[in-house]
Design a protein around this ligand. Structure first.
Ligand SMILES: Nc1nc2c(ncn2[C@@H]2O[C@H](COP(=O)(O)OP(=O)(O)OP(=O)(O)O)[C@@H](O)[C@H]2O)c(=O)[nH]1
Ligand SMILES: [Mg+2]
Length: 445
């Protein structure tokens, strides 16, 4: 039998933190949690990198950390550390080195040359995970586009990998011509993918306009915070994937959620964010994330049981800014309160409410645990879509049908030859109905 499965990679993780008063753990200033020490931060970052490596199917056999003033332009780490890394590779039989920070193409190549093993950075690892998890054709195209863009400046190094695989006498490097050909092919492919993604986007825009008039909210947040769990629980849709792993969700998914009081909203689940998200990936997922930009309200789901929840919150806010959704109304949904002790929760709640008044504290895992979120959603709808009174002649069937289609009718009754309805609707629909001949006015009720 021939073993076809690829061997499990044995990985050494490298974290090098930049020294200085704030290091790279530089938040946006507003913090509701006590600032963690620098070594705590580095430990937490490497723990996350280990989860990422695990998700990608690798086994971590060692870790190396260093505090540096600034990255060495040639090898990122200093000379001594590189030697230490080479030794660790020999000692552990590692086949791959993963840096927590982004390496320039030259740094990657130089470290590979010095250590004799393949080197990746966090960005490449995340791209790899996305590539293996993407299911829909759109997500696949987006990931491929990001991968190609990442690869383009690193082609020389990629070719060295191939060469090492083939090995043997007489196998020479591809030479400049081959590299040029590859570059051209990749650029063509990038152009094609962009074109196709644009087409997909257009057809989605059509779908979207047909849903106008309904209140729309988007779940955003750090990966594994519980976004899909919230959607699953609120919509009662058991088919939604919930997993204790990073990046369980890549494609946006929208479900109708019924709230009390006859109202409903459209709730969209989106891809999770993570610190140091490769910017190519953010750029190519921008189309998918447009759902976020179109939402009336963002539900920022935060895992309050995670030691680094405050940093995660800052990361998410940063990415939201990057995709142009920074100014959207946000409700902070602090999730997983069932995992925090009651005593801790009381203190946390009050300090968080001081800083972020628009916050609810919930658990998607406990029956009734999302009630505070439901209530907050109801009042958000009420604020944006007040109850309005509409008067329509009983004979105006077409107009009546429109009222029922566009607005959320709460009650209706006859008054002479008029029908009086009470309904929730936003201002633009009220205007449309008025134009069509209905008498629309504020409701006393
Ligand atoms: N104890 C507890 N676990 C929760 C809660 N909410 C979610 N989880 C668990 O947290 C893990 C991640 O939940 P998901 O809903 O998949 O998280 P997500 O934000 O959609 O994650 P990605 O799609 O990977 O970005 C799962 O194992 C859930 O069962 C909660 O309120 N309490
Ligand atoms: Mg999910």
């Amino acid at each position: 039998m021939i073993e076809l499965e690829s061997p499990v990679e044995r990985v050494i993780l490298v974290g090098a933190q930049i020294k200085g008063p704030n290091g790279r753990n530089n938040g946006n200033g507003s913090s509701a949690a006590p600032a963690p020490s620098r070594s705590q931060v580095m430990g937490e970052h490497l723990e996350e990198l280990e989860r990422l490596a695990d998700t990608a199917g690798a086994v971590v056999v060692g870790q190396l950390t260093q505090q540096i003033d600034r990255p060495n332009p040639a090898t990122y780490l200093g000379k001594g550390k590189i030697e230490e890394l080479s030794q660790a590779i020999v000692d552990t039989g590692a086949t791959l080195v993963i840096f927590d920070d982004e390496l320039t193409p030259a740094q990657g190549k130089n470290v590979e040359d010095a250590t004799g093993q393949r080197v990746m950075d966090r960005a490449e690892l995340i791209l790899d995970i996305f590539a293996t998890r993407a299911r829909s054709s759109e997500a696949r195209m987006q990931v491929e586009l990001a991968q190609l863009q990442y690869m383009l400046p690193r082609l020389t190094r990629m070719w060295t990998h191939l060469e090492k695989f083939r090995g043997g006498i007489g196998v020479r490097g591809p030479g400049e011509t081959q590299l040029e050909t590859d570059r051209r092919l990749i650029n063509n492919r990038i152009k094609l993918l962009r074109q196709r993604l644009q087409d997909v986007q257009k057809s989605r825009e059509v779908q979207r306009t047909s849903r106008k008039g309904e209140f729309r909210a988007s779940l955003v947040g750090y990966t594994n915070a519980g976004k899909s769990s919230v959607l699953r629980s609120l919509s009662g849709s058991g088919s939604i994937v919930v997993e204790d792993r990073l990046f369980a969700t890549l494609d946006p998914l929208t479900r109708e959620v019924q709230l009390a009081d006859n109202s409903s909203i459209l709730l969209t689940d989106t891809v999770g964010f993570i610190r140091k998200l490769p910017h190519h990936l953010v750029a190519s997922f921008r189309a998918t994330l447009e759902e976020v930009g179109e939402a009336d309200l963002l539900l920022h789901v935060i895992d309050i049981s995670h030691p680094a929840w405050d940093e995660q919150r800052t990361v998410v806010e940063g990415v939201l800014g990057e995709i142009g959704a920074g100014g959207k109304p946000v409700l902070n949904v602090f999730n997983k309160i069932d995992l925090v002790s009651e005593g801790d929760l009381i203190g946390l709640e009050s300090s968080i409410r001081n800083l972020l008044p628009d916050s609810v504290f919930v658990s998607a895992a406990v029956r009734g645990g999302l009630d505070p979120l439901q209530r907050a959603l109801l009042s958000a709808i009420r604020a944006r879509m007040p109850i309005t009174e509409i008067r329509v002649p009983v004979t105006a069937g077409k107009l009546l049908a429109e009222v029922h289609r566009e607005a959320e009718v709460i009650d209706q009754m006859h008054e002479g030859d008029e029908l009086v309805l009470h309904a929730r609707m936003n201002a633009s629909i009220a205007g449309r109905l008025r134009k069509a001949g209905a008498a629309v006015g504020p409701s006393e009720g």
